[in-house]
Design a protein around this ligand. Sequence first.
Ligand SMILES: *[C@@H]1O[C@H](CO)[C@@H](O)[C@H](O)[C@H]1NC(C)=O
Ligand SMILES: *[C@@H]1O[C@H](CO)[C@@H](O)[C@H](O)[C@H]1NC(C)=O
Ligand SMILES: *[C@@H]1O[C@H](CO)[C@@H](O)[C@H](O)[C@H]1NC(C)=O
Ligand SMILES: *[C@@H]1O[C@H](CO)[C@@H](O)[C@H](O)[C@H]1NC(C)=O
Ligand SMILES: *[C@@H]1O[C@H](CO)[C@@H](O)[C@H](O)[C@H]1NC(C)=O
Length: 392
Amino acid sequence: MLGRLIGWVLLLFGFEIWYIPLIQPQERLRPDHRPWQDIITGLYGVPPLLKIHDRDGDVKWSFTRKDVTHNLPPGLQKCLYSNANDATEVKWMNNGTSVGAIYSDLALVINYTPDNPGTDKLITFAVCLDTVLLRNAHTVEPLPGQRFAIATTGQRPWDGILVYNASAGNALTDDPPIIQNITGLRAIHGMIWDEQGQMLWAAGTDAAADGSDLISAYGTIVGYPWNATTGLLNKDNRKIYKIPEAYHLMTEWGQGYPWWAGLHDLVPVPNQRKFLVSEDRGLHAFDIELGQFTEHYENVTDRYMQGFECTTDDRYGYNSDGEWQELPQSDLKSFSLASDGSFIYVQSLWKKFRGFHTSLVVNGKRRKINIGDEIYRSRWYGDIDGWPKPKF
Ligand SMILES: *[C@@H]1O[C@H](CO)[C@@H](O)[C@H](O)[C@H]1NC(C)=O
Ligand SMILES: *[C@@H]1O[C@H](CO)[C@@H](O)[C@H](O)[C@H]1NC(C)=O
Ligand SMILES: *[C@@H]1O[C@H](CO)[C@@H](O)[C@H](O)[C@H]1NC(C)=O
Ligand SMILES: *[C@@H]1O[C@H](CO)[C@@H](O)[C@H](O)[C@H]1NC(C)=O
Ligand SMILES: *[C@@H]1O[C@H](CO)[C@@H](O)[C@H](O)[C@H]1NC(C)=O
């Protein structure tokens, strides 16, 4: 009788208020404790450079291959010293004691322990990307249990995500074993762990973005639920969400260009169950509870990124239907929102793949930092409120 009464009361007040535990931010993550000062940026070049700097661009830590003084297996050494200029991904990891990155021809995890020079900048995990499958890998994300996901960012049906064991307890090897191989999502450029939903989210396209499938490719977000018993990610057909329209990229790249608009960065809104995702043409907002895209283009910047400015004045042209188009939000290769409302972004030059500064917006006012650096990604070097990375 009492149980039934409580049941009715719960229904009256809305079941979910009582049943979904809210994530309590750790003490140091509460907004008043959070400086939101540190930013990590990857610089293209041979060799590439990773740097952690403040809002003025003043560098407090950097990593380049010359910093690696310990012995590496020959394959990893060769990939570290390749001619690849990539600094494609840079992420806060391991409670702020590591950096996860794509650097030169490696996906790797490096210690970030500036107070302890003996361990700082040691590579604790690495995979060579110089293989057919990983050649174009664009992003990485830590998973629970010291696992590490690498997106293959390819166009074939067997492309997707490879999961590795990135435990620092394992010796570095040229052939680290693959724990899981999740196929099906093409051209993945963004991944984010969802602690509350216990899921890995990835942003890619449902078919070949380069047009080689001869069908339209739609920007697609997929959630892969984590099974803590098996330690594996699952596929769930209910967690596949497509941008409603597919677009050719001819406005930017010219008539006849075969590529379809794909997704670039998948970014959580602090303390909300929402993502923003940048597609080649502009921004979309996605509400996880609704399972829907809720805002598009300028409605996204109006609501979540006030002070966003187009960084060049040449982002226009004719689309595949011969219509004139202006794409001020195009090519946002990375962006990152802080809980104090400030945000950073990197927009590549029009018809190029990288930008030459990072934009920082504070109180709706933009300024440029890292001026002159060739950049694909800059992110806050910190845990995002409401979106804690897995604890190792
Ligand atoms: C995470 O880092 C903070 C300080 O940077 C420290 O107080 C806390 O104990 C760390 N948490 C874990 C689980 O190591
Ligand atoms: C992952 O699985 C696909 C499909 O079974 C296969 O083609 C591909 O080679 C596998 N990748 C690896 C790295 O084992
Ligand atoms: C990963 O490696 C560590 C260290 O060897 C080991 O303890 C752990 O069981 C491994 N995890 C998986 C999922 O294989
Ligand atoms: C997780 O995997 C275990 C073992 O296969 C299975 O019994 C369980 O139902 C799975 N849990 C979920 C939520 O799918
Ligand atoms: C922005 O929101 C307004 C009001 O809801 C709507 O009419 C408009 O179509 C939206 N614009 C875009 C680009 O989605």
